[in-house]
Design a protein around this ligand. Structure first.
Ligand SMILES: Nc1nc2c(c(=O)[nH]1)N[C@H]1C(S)=C(S)[C@@H](COP(=O)(O)O)O[C@H]1N2
Ligand SMILES: [Mo]
Length: 205
């Protein structure tokens, strides 16, 4: 085995032991691109982000308006269900929690459904989305997202497998009932916690 691969395996064992690399994951230095279907060609002049569902009043933001919102930058690890993890990815965007503070949620709001290009959706409980590291992200390493990685806007939910981080987001729905998203309907686990290895629907845990 070449030294590089050996070093990586060693690093993975250490990171697993240290509780940083979730079970069954391997480290990558690259930034793989993964999604179903083509990369959408988004016209930023007509793009809007719309918040709807269990809100007292629907709101929407043009790209210009969205850029006015206060942002945070955070560096976090991401974990894809296909088995790669990437450490120390740096994202800038609006903290989802701060975004929610701009709305008046109805008391029944319990789930968040991110709506993206071509009808793609990803669902999560509101309480997960309100954790302190969930972003509506539009910069990666200081640059606007590339089209493949979700330009103009994606969710970033580091504590779940990366399929829950929807690219090309244009709608945030608050819902009283859960609505399994695209990958969840395709057989992936509804919660998708990498620390519990919740990969597939029929996982024994
Ligand atoms: N709109 C949309 N977002 C998506 C997907 C998709 O198919 N469509 N795939 C998800 C999956 S399975 C993964 S692993 C991540 C990959 O993000 P990346 O291409 O930026 O690495 O995007 C997620 N977001
Ligand atoms: Mo994925």
């Amino acid at each position: 085995m070449p030294n590089e691969a050996k070093d990586r395996r060693e690093e993975e064992r250490r990171m697993q032991a240290a509780g940083r690399l979730p079970p069954g994951q391997a480290l990558t230095q690259k930034f793989p691109v993964l999604h179903y279907g083509p990369v959408p060609d988004i016209d930023i002049t007509t793009w809007k982000l719309r918040a709807f569902g269990e809100v007292e009043e629907e709101k929407s933001w043009t790209w210009e308006a969205f850029l006015q919102l206060p942002t945070v930058t955070l560096t976090t690890d991401i974990h894809c269900v296909t088995g790669w993890s990437k450490f120390d990815t740096t994202w800038e965007g609006v903290l989802f929690r701060d975004f929610v503070a701009l709305l008046r949620l109805k008391p029944g709001a319990r789930y968040v459904i991110a709506h993206a290009a071509y009808g793609f959706t990803a669902n999560l409980p509101l309480e997960v989305m309100l954790e302190d590291n969930v972003l509506l992200a539009y910069r990666y390493n200081g640059e606007l997202l590339t089209p493949e990685h979700g330009y103009p806007l994606r969710t970033v939910v580091p504590q779940r497998y990366f399929w829950k981080s929807a690219k090309w987001v244009h709608g945030i729905e608050f819902s009283a009932v859960d609505k399994p998203g695209f990958w969840e309907q395709a057989g992936y686990h509804n919660e998708g916690d990498p620390w519990k290895e919740q990969r597939h629907q029929n996982a024994p845990f």
